[in-house]
Write a protein that binds this ligand. Structure first.
Ligand code: NAD
Length: 333
């Protein structure tokens, strides 16, 4: 049994973690904290063996040192990405970082499709028009997805499912990944160099992790290569895109549509109700003014299947650590 402080807790986290805990024989004690994990809140994890954290929690060297000093022995990320963890510091402090590498690639891939369809057929705008008694079609013109070229950057678990979906819609699918996926090649996906993918694609969708190499993978230089009016979809991590370059591209029409489930500075915004607050992020607010930008607040993972899998794997990760078993979901640092 481990005592585990769960940061950034929402009601659905409690529901699914309690359920998974009760269905397992690990019997962990979860202490739920609403606050995010950062240098101001790390001290709340007192008398804890473990910390469970999420995508926008800060696990830099200072936070990890505080946690280690308080006796925390393991971190269980309840997500796939770990770009917010200082892995070198974790290694130095001998704190294993566990994660949930796969919980539902379908959830995120299908959300990318939702953004594409929403942007292309303007369903969100049509919905508000119809509610207002406005049945005009002007401004709602879309295009057939059938026959269009889709460029997929990153063909791991989510990218592979996304390739399948887009092929099912009759698209020609191109991909870029330093490690091509045999399943994608077998289904007819054609691998290209990134620049060629950018030149040829009508829709570009990002499914690679954020790392120093992929930071601002698409910025002003890359936008000079794309087709005029390209649709760009990012359901991976915000900083894969240079947001200011996207705004410039939207202004000139080079970017014809932008679908985001993630945003570079989302940690200050997403997962909270800020509807009564003044949002001071001018870059984000500018994005919301474009008719051809559709933003969701990091909800790609948010299906009941995914949440159940995340919770079950997180509980299993903690139990494996507690019992000294092999840590198959440990991030190599
Ligand atoms: P994965 O590890 O299975 O696949 C990632 C792929 O990216 C790998 O094939 C890898 O070779 C490739 N890659 C690495 N560097 C690359 C580069 N420079 N250019 C192109 N490809 C590169 O990961 P996954 O489960 O498919 O998840 C992909 C990303 O989706 C995660 O890293 C995470 O950031 C994001 N994600 C978002 C949500 C959400 O709710 N929106 C949920 C889960 C994951």
């Amino acid at each position: 049994m481990l005592r585990c402080a769960v940061f950034s807790t929402k009601p659905y986290d409690r529901q699914f973690l309690d359920q998974a805990n009760s269905e397992s024989d690990g019997g962990h004690r979860f202490d739920y904290l609403d606050v995010p994990l950062n240098d101001r809140t790390a001290s709340l994890a007192v008398d804890q063996d473990a910390v469970c954290a999420f995508v926008n929690d800060v696990l830099d060297a200072a936070v990890l040192e505080t946690l280690a000093g308080q006796g925390v022995k393991v971190i269980a990320m309840r997500c796939a990405g770990f770009n917010n963890v200082d892995l070198a510091a974790a290694h130095r402090l001998d704190i294993p970082i566990l994660r949930v590498p796969a919980y539902s690639p379908h959830a995120v891939a299908e959300h990318a499709l939702a953004l594409i369809l929403g942007l292309n057929r303007h369903t969100h705008r049509a919905w508000s028009r119809v509610r207002d008694g406005n049945f005009e079609l002007d401004g709602l013109l879309g295009f057939d997805l059938n026959g269009k070229t889709v460029g997929v950057v990153g063909t791991g678990r989510i990218g592979e499912v996304f390739c399948q979906i887009m092929q099912g819609l009759g698209c020609r699918v191109l991909a870029y990944d330093p490690y091509p996926n045999e399943n994608c090649t077998a289904m007819g996906v054609q691998y290209r160099e990134l620049d060629d993918l950018l030149r040829e694609s009508d829709i570009i969708s990002l499914h690679c992790p954020l790392s120093p190499e992929t930071h601002h993978l698409i910025g002003a230089p890359q936008l000079r290569l794309v087709k005029h009016g390209v649709m760009i979809i990012n359901t991976s991590r915000g900083a894969l895109l240079n947001t200011r370059a996207m705004i410039d591209g939207l202004k000139t029409g080079r970017v014809g549509a932008l679908g985001l489930d993630v945003y570079e500075e989302e940690a200050d915004l997403f997962f909270e109700n800020l509807s009564n607050k003044v949002i001071s992020d001018d870059v984000f607010m500018r994005l919301t003014t474009f008719p051809n930008v559709l933003i969701t607040g990091h909800q790609g993972f948010f299906t009941s299947e995914a949440l159940a899998n995340i919770a079950a794997t997180t509980v299993g990760n903690l139990t494996a650590f507690d019992r000294g078993e092999a840590l198959e979901n440990r991030v190599i640092s």
